[in-house]
Design a protein around this ligand. Structure first.
Ligand SMILES: [Zn+2]
Length: 295
């Protein structure tokens, strides 16, 4: 297993915003305690490469907001925000490139799954996983890729980008959008290659794992992907409740180990990227539980 990282991710300064640099500091500390050393530097990408998933209009607005340090609802902008968001997308691509040989995790921020073709939102600037998937499809001719998203929130940006692209399957399990940001991700939005599974408040570890296992296997067998890309969010854990309005009842860190195991057993090249997860005291342990499956 390799972890893609750059200390530059700590330079995206957001103050007391929930998506803050301390997330990575806490995770890194846990990985150090566990003796993990196998890091790979995130690769830089070119602006024009981003056009594989985003419009020029989005890139221009990110650049302008960064230059002017103009904060938007949910999104903080500093002079270096666009550059660091690009490095986060580059980290996802680095992980995808490694996935052919071994599992790789992009330990990067800012996250990405709420950003669509033209619009950034919800702590996200560029859609890291969508960018990595399209680029690796082009570079390595991998064909069909399945994205599994277990962040507490629906990855509306990822769904939008791939909605009419049958080469990518998007499976997302998330808290019921009736009362959760971003207010989409209902099962009536599903198509042949998009499957949304909204989860009711009170969903337990056992409930979650049962449905996760069933749906991952069902979609995998139907779609037969050559690669797996994982939007790994850790905000469904109960301690995130007050921060992001999580009403699920996921209270065991081992649940993330089980999630990793289910994905590993599919036995295809796999990479994962960090999405949400904001409760600092539990974040490191939960991520480690997920990662240690792939060691
Ligand atoms: Zn989230």
């Amino acid at each position: 297993m390799k972890i893609v990282y750059s200390p530059k991710f700590l330079e995206h300064e957001t103050g007391m915003h929930p998506e803050r640099k301390e997330r990575l500091i806490f995770i890194k500390r846990k990985l150090d305690q566990e003796g993990f050393r196998d890091y790979v530097q995130a690769e830089k990408i070119k602006d024009k490469d981003l056009l594989i998933v985003h419009s020029q209009q989005l890139l221009d607005s990110l650049k302008l907001n960064s230059e002017m340090e103009k904060n938007q609802p949910d999104n903080i902008f500093n002079k270096n925000t666009f550059e660091i968001a690009k490095l986060s997308a580059g980290a996802a691509l680095t992980a995808a490139r490694i996935a052919g040989k071994e599992f790789a995790f992009s330990l990067a921020r800012p996250p990405g799954h709420h950003t669509g073709t033209h619009t950034f939102a919800g702590f996200c600037y560029l859609n890291n996983i969508a960018f990595a998937v399209r680029m690796i499809q082009k570079e390595k001719n991998v064909g069909k890729v399945m994205i599994v998203d277990f962040d507490m929130h629906h990855g509306n940006g990822t769904q939008e980008i791939f909605y009419d692209d049958p080469s990518v399957f998007y499976l997302s399990l998330h808290q019921d959008p009736h009362f959760t940001y971003p207010g989409v991700g209902f099962s009536h939005e599903n198509n042949e290659h998009i499957t949304n599974i909204p989860l009711p408040a009170g969903t337990t570890d056992e409930d979650f794992l049962k449905i996760f296992k069933e749906k991952v296997k069902e979609c995998f067998e139907k779609f037969k992907p050559n690669m797996l890309a994982v939007s790994a969010g850790f905000d469904m854990f109960i301690a995130n409740g007050p921060i992001v309005g999580c009403m699920l009842n996921i209270e065991k860190s081992e649940t993330f180990f089980e999630i990793g195991k289910i994905l590993k057993e599919l036995n295809v090249p796999t990479f994962a990227v960090l999405e949400g997860g904001y409760d600092l005291p539990t974040l490191g342990e939960n991520i480690w539980q997920f990662l240690k499956t792939f060691k």
